[in-house]
Design a protein around this ligand. Structure first.
Ligand code: PCA
Length: 216
């Protein structure tokens, strides 16, 4: 059966859970439209994250790769359109790395597009009643590192697999610790991911066909 690699991150920044791993672990082993989901938890560590995801790609040979991270403060499930070639961390990662203005890949392209059908995914989630939007920036922390690094790895290896990044809000139990934090319930997140994955399977080509100066 073809596979989908769905990764979430370990907690970081003082949180004790990361909603991305809550979602991914709930979907581990689930079959959606003939594709089996394989979930993995990734360390919030600059070099280990890509190394582990790439080793999982080599092991499982997934046709679809979806990397997920927490974007505390966002109100919707945001499907990232692009990863940029810069590490500029506002805080150290869990391994103590805090690169400032460093390229992810020396001499690599400035940016790499997601090869997922981002618009179709957002539309499917909205139709299902799940707040969702396209995002044009995954930031400059580890999630952007992965949003750039994984499609770039596939591109360099002429892989047929498609890949992209999704940022999700806090869970209600994270938001409840402070005033004024937005959140999304786990059931809503899981519904959103389920219909977004169906949209990927139904729309195997990315939206962006050709954009000058930026590779995808
Ligand atoms: N979110 C961080 C890294 C890990 C995570 O879940 C980010 O948005 O870069």
């Amino acid at each position: 059966m073809p596979k989908i690699l769905l990764t979430g991150f370990q907690p970081f920044g003082g949180e004790v859970i990361n909603p991305s791993w809550q979602v991914a672990s709930h979907l581990n082993g689930v079959v959606i439209d003939g594709y089996e989901i394989v979930a993995a938890e990734i360390p919030v560590a600059r070099f280990e994250a890509l190394d582990l995801i790439i080793s999982l790609i080599e092991k499982h040979q997934p046709e679809i790769i979806i990397n997920v991270g927490q974007a505390g403060g966002r109100q919707e499930i945001t499907v990232e359109r692009i990863g940029i070639n810069v590490d500029d961390y506002g805080a150290p990662d869990n391994a103590g790395n805090q690169p400032i203005d460093e390229p992810i890949e020396e001499g690599g392209p400035a940016a790499v597009f997601s090869t997922l059908p981002v618009k179709a995914m957002v539309e499917a989630m909205r139709i299902a009643g799940v707040p969702a939007a396209v995002s044009n920036s995954a930031g400059t922390y580890l999630c952007n590192h992965v949003a750039y690094g994984i499609p770039r790895y596939l591109q360099k290896n002429s892989s047929e697999a498609v890949a992209g990044f999704i940022h999700i809000p806090f869970l209600p139990e994270q938001a409840a610790k402070f005033r004024g934090r937005s959140s999304m319930a786990l059931d809503t997140l899981i519904l959103g991911f389920t219909v977004a994955i169906k949209a990927i399977i139904a729309n195997p080509k990315a939206d962006i066909k050709a954009v000058g100066g930026v590779t995808h």
